[in-house]
Design a protein around this ligand. Structure first.
Ligand SMILES: CC(C)NC(=O)[C@H](Cc1c[nH]c2ccccc12)NC(=O)[C@H](CCCC/N=C(/NCCC(=O)O)S[C@H]1O[C@H](COP(=O)(O)OP(=O)(O)OC[C@H]2O[C@@H](n3cnc4c(N)ncnc43)[C@H](O)[C@@H]2O)[C@@H](O)[C@H]1O)NC(=O)OCc1ccccc1
Length: 231
């Protein structure tokens, strides 16, 4: 039974939460950005310049995400949502489906989902069941070459920002898990929560860029520190 004496909790998660499930993080020494450049695979400009190269990168991410299971940290957060008497909103930067697989429901994928395809022409979203290629035609608008993973690229507006800012403005506990605090606007959420008078807690393998903004920090592996903190 969770014993956190708070009413409205916002949990922000990043790649570190899914690391022990076998998914690479971005900035660690063997992270994704050590193998490919953001400018080549995760911007609208890259998709315009080399669409099949970008689709191949995300086809690989999709296949990888389909082969892994949620870990004890995902499970502890799902229990927190289920058992906590107040509100718990989970905001994830991750595009993998592990929060849902663990049972979390009150969830915002602010950077999108690798299980969905988005048509750049008409905005239709469809399940991402087979590898994407540039010659595919949208079943809704009939246009070719606009089908892309439903993920937020650098320079694009993250999803459900109004809902996120409303929750940050009303929360009394903000927990940041497995994120390095390098990417905005997510990296600015701790400041928003502090501004609302919330207690701010970092659970991460090492101090993040925003470490000075946290009232408390517990450093270690997510599968150890998250269950211990929420239970
Ligand atoms: C690089 C950075 C400087 N650039 C940005 O932030 C840019 C530009 C920018 C905007 N505002 C700024 C202000 C200042 C400077 C720059 C900017 N931001 C944008 O373009 C954003 C869009 C950014 C989204 C890009 N898409 C992603 N992902 C989807 C695709 C994909 O996944 O391929 S970002 C991607 O990288 C980020 C990676 O961060 P982390 O998850 O933290 O991962 P990382 O590897 O860095 O760290 C892992 C951590 O885990 C820890 N760890 C490791 N193992 C474990 C373990 N086992 N247990 C616990 N912890 C562990 C490690 O120690 C480490 O600390 C995630 O957000 C992830 O989603 N859009 C936007 O700003 O639109 C306009 C706007 C402005 C205002 C308000 C609204 C809109």
């Amino acid at each position: 039974m969770t014993n956190l004496p708070y009413e409205r909790i916002v949990v922000l998660t990043g790649a570190g939460l899914s690391a022990e499930s076998g998914l690479s993080t971005f900035r660690d020494k063997d992270g994704i950005w050590s193998k490919v450049r953001i400018e080549d695979v995760a911007t609208p400009e890259a998709f315009a310049r080399d669409p099949q190269g970008v689709l191949d990168f995300y086809n690989g991410r999709r296949n990888g995400a389909g082969e892994v299971e949620p870990n004890a940290a995902h499970a502890a957060l799902a229990r927190l949502e289920a058992e906590h008497k107040g509100d718990v909103l989970t905001v994830t930067q991750n595009i993998d489906p592990l929060h849902e697989a663990a049972g979390t429901r009150n969830l915002v994928h602010m950077h999108g989902e690798i299980r969905k395809v988005l048509c750049n022409h008409c905005g239709t979203r469809t399940p991402y069941e087979d590898d994407l290629t540039v010659d595919l035609v949208c079943t809704q608008c009939g246009n070719q070459g606009g089908l892309r993973p439903d993920v937020v690229w650098f320079g694009e507006m993250p999803y459900q920002m109004d809902r996120i800012y409303a929750a940050l403005g009303a929360c009394d506990l903000f927990i940041s898990i497995g994120t390095s605090g390098n990417v905005y606007p997510a990296a600015g959420f701790v400041a928003e929560a502090r501004g609302a008078g919330a207690r701010t807690v970092e659970l991460n393998l090492e101090p993040s860029e925003g470490i000075t903004m946290f009232d408390e920090a517990i450093h270690g592996k997510a599968t150890q520190v998250v269950p211990a903190y929420v239970e």
